[in-house]
Design a binder for this molecule. Sequence first.
Ligand SMILES: [Zn+2]
Length: 73
Amino acid sequence: MSDSSNADLIPADFLAILRCVNDAHPRDDGVLCIRGNTLVCTVCGYAYKVEDGIPNMLWDEAIPPPDVATASP
Ligand SMILES: [Zn+2]
């Protein structure tokens, strides 16, 4: 396989209905895109792991983006 985009991580129609669960922005805005083995929110940047084609949409297990991990004043 020469395709490294991982577009097959989950079906496109499944991805289309998934939304980021971050309360910091409206749910409908939280469109997700595939990055590696995760789904990344295009608004807040939080990433959700996908295992065996099943996205883990638990907020407690979401991966924060690097610029949120550092404390801000
Ligand atoms: Zn989000």
